[in-house]
Design a protein around this ligand. Structure first.
Ligand code: NAD
Ligand code: TYD
Length: 375
């Protein structure tokens, strides 16, 4: 039985990972630590809060004494580190939080893990691992004919978000090389799927279609991203933790490059098709274009480009494939259908996030409190 600390477990990928891990390893103890920023949502963990093997802790990864206390109290032997500020646009308008959480916060975790695991303390676990969840954005941008990113592509981060993640990757590497901390890093491409905060491309466009709002395409819409269904990311992390060489990085991706405009057009057509086939469903969304005699593509609006907008990301997953046997199981076609199903079935989840009622609830229940608030 492992005792696993999952940071950022109330966020998009973290919550999917908590669900994945508890289902796959029900004998493990899972401690989920999350500061519940705007992107953290306890509703994404609904149904598992009361499980005997599960504890939620409301707290900040920058709070080193809290981390040290948790590691000892729970005899943590695995840390899976998702907590981060994750949205590129927010990093452009307000980089400070990215430096604080992504760099200082990661260092706080590394320092606490080193102290507990390598400090020779009686009762501390003998086998342990720090897994750091990172992104392909650390490698910068690709031209149309460049080969995809490999693990040896030089780091060239272009946004404050990417730079803060690159810094955290370097700190993880340094803690392995200098102190011998067992670490692994995964660098993944763009994820999509359930529980994604509707500031990111796919859920934002989906909800705007339903509400009849403009679909803002940055620049000419020809930027390319490499999309992976979130559960396939979770499977990849699991494999890296199990089989990955300590001190190494593994790229995770599904060889699935799409231009933004093609993704948005696909979403428009899929949503229109579903609503046309299901008048009851369509009636739930009076402002969606199909109810006004138009199609969803009529909402597409080209807007000013993002500053420093990376043109193309693409992952070469050869290492994870050959060393770990990693392969995604979800195709893009099925993954998009599952995602649409989830967002149609979970309107209350995204309405709560969009209208701020969830934030009101958090403020009322947690205020600014930090520390060990078990749920
Ligand atoms: P997210 O923004 O949805 O969730 C981040 C979570 O971290 C939230 O629950 C938030 O409350 C929590 N958090 C933020 N600051 C914290 C702090 N100081 N202390 C404790 N918790 C804090 O992000 P996501 O999309 O789920 O991404 C998770 C990780 O995966 C990030 O490290 C990100 O860089 C990486 N990643 C994301 C993608 C993607 O496509 N979303 C792709 C590759 C890698
Ligand atoms: P995003 O989901 O923010 O992920 P990232 O920037 O980390 O790749 O954006 C994905 C792509 O979609 C990116 O090229 C920016 C673009 N985009 C838009 O064109 N319009 C939007 O409203 C958003 C949120 C993103």
């Amino acid at each position: 039985m492992r005792s696993v600390l999952i940071t950022g477990g109330a966020g998009f990928i973290g919550s999917n990972f908590v669900h994945y891990w508890l289902a796959k390893y029900p004998e493990d103890r899972v401690v989920c630590l999350d500061a519940l920023t705007y992107a953290g949502n306890l509703a994404s963990l609904a149904g598992i809060a009361e499980s005997a093997n599960y504890r939620f802790v409301h707290g900040d990864i920058c709070d080193t004494p809290l981390i040290e206390q948790l590691l000892r109290e729970e005899r943590i032997d695995h840390i899976v580190h998702f907590a981060a500020e994750s949205h590129v646009d927010r990093s452009i308008t307000g980089p400070d939080a990215f430096i604080q959480t992504n760099i200082t916060g990661t260092h706080s975790l590394l320092k606490a893990a080193k102290g507990y695991w390598l400090g020779g303390e009686e009762g501390a676990p003998k086998e342990f691992l720090f897994h750091h969840v990172s992104t392909d954005e650390v490698y910068g941008t690709l031209g149309p004919n460049d080969p995809p990113f490999t693990e040896t592509t030089p780091y060239a981060p272009n946004s404050p978000y990417a730079a803060s993640k690159a810094s955290s990757d370097h700190l993880v590497r340094a803690y392995h090389h200098t102190y011998g901390l067992p670490t692994t890093i995964s660098n993944c491409s763009n994820n999509y799927g359930p529980y994604q905060f509707p500031e990111k491309l796919i859920p934002l466009m989906f909800i705007h279609i339903l509400e009849g709002k403009n679909l803002p395409i940055y620049g000419d819409g020809k930027n390319i991203r490499d999309w992976l269904y979130v559960e396939d990311h979770c499977r990849g992390i699991d494999l890296v933790m199990e089989k990955g060489r300590r001190g190494e990085c593994y790229n995770i991706g599904g060889i699935n490059e799409w231009t933004n405009i093609d993704i948005v057009t696909l979403l428009c057509r899929e949503v229109d098709k579903r609503l046309a086939a299901n008048p009851e469903l369509a009636a739930r969304f009076p402002n969606t274009p199909i109810n006004q005699g138009r199609n969803a593509e009529s909402l597409i609006t080209y807007v000013k480009d993002r500053a420093g907008h990376d043109w193309r990301y693409a992952i070469d997953p050869t290492r994870s494939n050959e060393e770990l046997g990693y392969k995604p199981v979800e195709s893009f076609e099925t993954g998009i259908q599952r995602t649409l199903d989830w967002y149609f079935d979970n309107e209350a989840w995204w309405r709560q996030v969009m209208d701020g009622s969830y934030r009101d609830w958090i403020d009322a229940n947690y205020g600014d409190s930090r520390g060990l608030l078990g749920l």
